[in-house]
Design a protein around this ligand. Structure first.
Ligand code: 0L1
Ligand code: MG
Length: 260
């Protein structure tokens, strides 16, 4: 008989994170971890972090671009939570001694000026709730060995959340043609990838609408002031000690992170 419970899923993922050790996919041992249970585990994992003093500051989407879906072999987007402990201020090196096998990916980041709750949210309606658009990055750090997981595994693991940072430029949505906003990813000065924000669901506002509608189905809404990471635009690159990843956006400036 399976000894797996929702609480054990959360315990194992939190232990992997705090002890910096990766593990096999939980679904290998617990096939009963379906999408519904995985989101309940994600919520319970968030609650543990809030109980420990972290603050909920937004949401992040995962697997919203074809580049990410193809790399991970999963063709469905997912939502996850952002807490203040994940924010890396500009110029602060990424704490590699707190991470397992971090990878960096460029993201379009929204800050909301008003609450947004589904159902029935369209991309146009979602965009009305956006106060500012930033170029940013996410450091993903799956708790699973070699980033090998199924959709329920990665949902329970809060979409591989590690750290994130935002660039120096904030633009109002009306001042940007977002789908054609380009980004260029450099590792130690070498260009490794390029894409435009249209890679994210055709328009990152589609990802925001998706989040609002998916969260509403679970009884949640997005709040004014929250940060929303709309999902990796390109594949993610490993962040090694002493190495610097820079993302140059065409209108949203440059954001840089170095592995400490
Ligand atoms: O580890 C992963 O790649 C899953 C999270 C995806 C994050 C993203 O697409 O932004
Ligand atoms: Mg991401």
């Amino acid at each position: 008989m399976s000894t797996w419970t929702l609480e054990r899923v959360v315990d194992e993922l939190l232990a992997a994170e705090t002890e910096r050790r990766d593990r096999g996919p939980i679904t290998d041992e617990f096939p009963g971890l379906d999408i519904d249970l995985a989101y309940r585990a994600q919520d319970a994992l968030l609650q543990r972090k809030l109980d420990a003093g972290e603050r909920l500051i937004g949401v992040k989407l995962g697997l919203t671009s074809r580049a990410k879906q193809q790399r991970m072999g999963i063709d469905a987007p997912l939502t996850a939570w952002l807490t203040d402990a994940m924010a890396l201020p500009a110029g602060v090196p990424a704490p590699l001694d707190e991470l397992i096998h971090p990878r960096v990916e460029p993201e379009i980041v929204f800050v909301l000026g008003e609450d947004l709750k589904g159902p029935g949210i369209t991309a146009a309606r979602a965009m009305q709730s956006v106060e500012a658009v930033y170029g940013g990055y996410e450091i993903i750090d799956s708790r699973y060995t070699d980033f090998r997981f199924t959709l329920p595994d990665v949902i329970a693991d809060n979409a591989s959340a590690g750290r994130y940072g935002v660039g120096p430029v904030a633009l109002a949505p009306r001042d940007l043609d977002l789908p054609v906003e380009a980004c260029l990813v450099e590792v130690d000065g070498e260009i490794v990838d390029t894409a435009t924000a249209a890679a994210v669901q055709g328009h990152p506002a589609e990802a925001l609408a998706l989040a609002a509608n998916a969260l509403a189905a679970r009884g949640h809404g997005l709040k004014a002031g929250w940060t929303v990471l709309t999902g990796g635009i390109t594949d993610a690159v490993f962040l090694h000690p002493g190495s610097t990843v820079s993302v140059h956006f065409s209108h949203l400036g440059t954001v840089t992170v170095t592995g400490a």
